[in-house]
Ligand binder design. Structure first.
Ligand code: NCD
Length: 337
């Protein structure tokens, strides 16, 4: 698939700790598991009366959103606040870049404000990676969705939701359904599921919404819901990304719904205890029927709750990976006694 960018070397410090979080691709299983374990402890904490920990006290987090977002932005904001950081939300689509400022100038301005972490959402694939290359070594960058490339915190909150409902990944058959072609979420989910050892990862979509060579990511491809959903433990629905469709890839939304919309009738093909997920925003009657979205098998709202915990985990882990990298750079510069 053409959207592959290998951010692995830049994501980790010399000791293999997370430093930037740009993609789930290429990260070792131990690290993905550490993110889930850390997030688990934050889920429990968020249910308590006092929801704050001082892990990012004195740090400034800038949410740099070049593309509209509601749940991702608000859960990143809450996550940073629960870690005691100072948070600045910048909606760049309505500010300086509209006045002609380049991305590099925006970054330098923010750097002059002594920001410690950038959470970046951008419509271009590779934007977060580019920013991670531009910032000074003491700034961490978290990708909150770049073009069609990656949405790693969404994938990890999905993994956390699966693990909390289903336990270990090894026995699980998982189906990802819908607009795979335009989905950064699907790419990040596939990499995470494969690394965490899920038994089978399937994609189900019309041929027009499947990227070429998707099989090379280790997934089984289906164009039919009855076959694709058979016995799966997890159904992960995707939104139709109409804003990214350059030409008519579908006859109509109602035709898509008839063939691929998740109704209780189609869900009956899956394992009787299968859970249903969707990253949101959901289009009822297009990708999913309300009876399923609001039904007993839906874990869509758990995904939102788990999103805060996962974002707290990657923010705190990348900040400590960043500090460890600085300490080892400083000790390497110390003259020998
Ligand atoms: C996803 C995104 O922005 O990529 N949504 C989200 O992060 N909540 C999926 C989507 O927009 O369809």
């Amino acid at each position: 698939m053409s959207e592959s960018i290998n951010p692995c070397p830049i994501q980790l410090n010399d000791q293999g700790q997370l430093r930037h979080f740009l993609s789930t691709e290429g990260l070792p299983r131990t690290l993905l598991t550490e993110i889930l374990d850390t997030a688990d402890s934050f889920v429990d904490m968020s249910a308590q009366q006092v929801k704050k920990v001082p892990l990012l006290r004195g740090k400034t987090v800038v949410n740099l959103f070049f593309e509209a977002s509601t749940r991702t932005l608000s859960t990143f904001e809450l996550a940073a606040k629960r870690l005691s950081a100072d948070v600045l939300n910048l909606n760049i689509s309505t500010s300086s870049t509209k006045k002609g400022e380049t991305l590099k100038d925006t970054l330098m301005t923010l750097r002059a404000m002594h920001s410690d972490m950038f959470v970046v959402r951008h419509s271009d694939s590779g934007a977060a990676h580019f920013i991670a290359q531009q910032v000074t070594p003491d700034v961490a960058v978290i990708n909150a969705g770049d073009g069609r490339h990656a949405h790693p915190t969404q994938a990890m909150l999905d993994m956390l939701t699966i693990r909390r409902h289903k336990g270990e990944f090894e026995p699980l058959k998982v189906a990802i359904v819908g607009d795979i072609l335009h989905s950064r979420v699907a790419r990040s989910q596939i990499h995470a599921l494969r690394t965490l050892g899920a038994a089978e990862v399937r994609v189900i979509a019309p041929l027009t919404l499947l990227p070429r060579n998707i099989e090379s990511l280790g997934v089984k491809v289906f164009t039919d819901m009855a076959c694709g959903l058979r016995d799966v433990d997890v159904v992960m629905m995707l939104r139709l990304q109409k804003e990214r469709m350059q030409s008519a890839l579908l006859p109509s939304e109602s035709e898509f719904y008839k063939l691929y919309g998740l109704t209780n009738d189609k869900l009956a093909f899956a394992h009787p205890e299968a859970i249903v997920m969707h990253p949101g925003p959901i289009n009822r009657g297009v990708e999913i029927e309300s009876a399923v979205a609001d039904g007993p098998r839906s874990v869509i709202l758990d995904q939102v709750t788990n999103g805060i915990a996962v974002r707290m985990a990657v923010m705190s882990m990348s900040m400590s990976g960043q500090l460890a990298a600085q300490q080892s750079a400083a000790s390497a510069e110390m003259p020998n006694e």
